[in-house]
Design a protein around this ligand. Structure first.
Ligand SMILES: Nc1ncnc2c1ncn2[C@@H]1O[C@H](COP(=O)(O)OP(=O)(O)OP(=O)(O)O)[C@@H](O)[C@H]1O
Ligand SMILES: O[C@H]1[C@H](O)[C@@H](O)[C@H](O)[C@@H](O)[C@H]1O
Length: 384
């Protein structure tokens, strides 16, 4: 675990604040044996879409093959001997109708894994380990823990295995993976409710903060001594792909800007709900984004009037949380600005100069990792 003392010795002036690690992929959505859509995929693409939308600078490490066919903001590493990861998402195979499994995923092509040597040498405040096709190796996560103040992990990067014949994605128990012993050194583990059954939440919450997303019902945050349900936003679901990724992007964007954990989780729910309303990678309306940024700034001003001396308060709902939910909900109702709701391209993504300075990120990263987990814990019970 990163201790407060260790974190305070880290350099305070850094270029990169958010480091996203995970491969871009090609997503093919299939229904009734017909290709419904093909789009850019991978948690890294959905997350950077949100983080960029919130004007937060980030760095991204991703690998693709020479066949990679989408314009992206962050140039991936091109591997001449490998093909881009491809997922086929079947919306009519084995779906249970209980809202748990919304699609059957097959990884039909896998690009190279991301290795420690692929990561930048500079320190980051927030690291995001967000693989989709098995590209995050245990040694890669180890390196991320070394170079980032706080690491956020999507459990899908850790527990996916792929059928050797047709690539169907299956899940294994977290404790059976080589990642389990690293839990005390990560900040947040995010899982969907479908994935959460592959870990013992009661055990894992002793080591790190756990966030379980639950589709249209929002999400739940668990920490060592408490848990909170965070309300959803209504949405007309078109395609669930990437909802969890956009959630994580919004959650981290909120924390980077200094929001308390429950308010940041609301931002996650908001971006998750916006994502399911579009097929593939969502395009966020610029007026909506501006309104969300304004609401976040307004929310931070409210904090100035509250005493929040106890670290655990970062996990509890600050006064005005429900009002913040209502304000974000009304931002969602802004009608799209037709001239601006154009397809996303690198040329209309925010320029570095337009990105706003973020004053509180280091304090927030330290708080998140250290506040309620202040006792340094060296091992997970039963593991070295
Ligand atoms: N139908 C919906 N209506 C409103 N909000 C939704 C809906 N579906 C998802 N969300 C929001 O997005 C978040 C993440 O969704 P979900 O739990 O489905 O993640 P996921 O299964 O990891 O998604 P994916 O694997 O498709 O990326 C939820 O916590 C919720 O806030
Ligand atoms: O683009 C999608 C998205 O990133 C999903 O979260 C992931 O589960 C899929 O594997 C991927 O193809």
């Amino acid at each position: 675990m990163v201790t407060a003392a260790a974190a305070s010795h880290k350099p305070q002036q850094q270029q990169t604040r958010v480091l996203i690690v995970g491969n871009y992929c090609h997503d093919v959505l299939i229904q009734d044996d017909t290709v419904k859509a093909e789009s850019l995929g991978g948690a890294a693409s959905f997350i950077s879409n949100v983080v960029n939308g919130m004007s937060i600078p980030c760095n991204l490490v991703s690998k693709v093959g020479e066949d990679f066919k989408h314009p992206v903001d962050y140039t991936p590493i091109v591997i001449p001997t490998s093909k881009t990861t491809v997922f086929h998402a079947y919306f009519d195979l084995g779906i249970q109708g209980n809202g748990h499994q919304d699609r059957v995923l097959k990884r039909v092509c896998a690009c190279d894994p991301i290795r420690p040597s692929d990561l930048p040498d500079v320190r980051s405040n927030f690291g995001m380990a967000v693989g989709v096709g098995g590209e995050i190796l245990p040694e890669t996560l180890e390196r991320m823990i070394e170079i980032c103040d706080a690491v956020f992990v999507d459990i899908q990067a850790l527990i996916r295995v792929f059928d050797s014949v047709d690539g169907t994605v299956k899940l294994v128990k977290l404790e059976e993976t080589g990642f389990y012993s690293m839990l005390p050194r990560i900040g947040v583990l995010k899982a969907s409710s479908e994935e959460a059954v592959f870990m013992d939440v009661e055990e894992v919450r002793k080591w790190c903060c756990v966030v379980v997303t639950n589709g249209k019902d929002g999400c739940k945050v668990y920490w060592k001594d408490g848990e909170l349900r965070i309300s959803p936003f209504s949405a007309n679901q078109e395609d669930p792909t990437g909802a969890g990724d956009s959630f994580l992007g919004g959650f981290v964007a909120g924390l980077v800007q200094g929001l308390a954990v429950p308010d940041a989780a609301l931002l996650g729910n908001l971006f998750g709900s916006l994502t399911v309303e579009q097929i593939g990678l969502p395009k966020f309306d610029s007026r909506l984004l501006q309104r969300v940024k304004d609401e976040v700034q307004r929310r931070k001003m409210q904090y100035l009037h509250c005493e929040r001396s106890d670290n655990e308060l970062e996990f509890l709902k600050p006064a005005g949380h429900e009002q913040f939910h209502a304000s974000l909900g009304s931002a969602k109702l802004i009608p799209p600005c037709s001239s601006q709701a154009r397809p996303w391209t690198p040329s209309n993504s925010p320029k570095e100069t337009e990105k706003t300075p973020i004053p509180h990120y280091t304090a927030q990263a330290k708080l998140l990792v250290n506040s309620v987990y202040e006792e340094p814990i060296q091992t997970v019970e039963g593991k070295p």
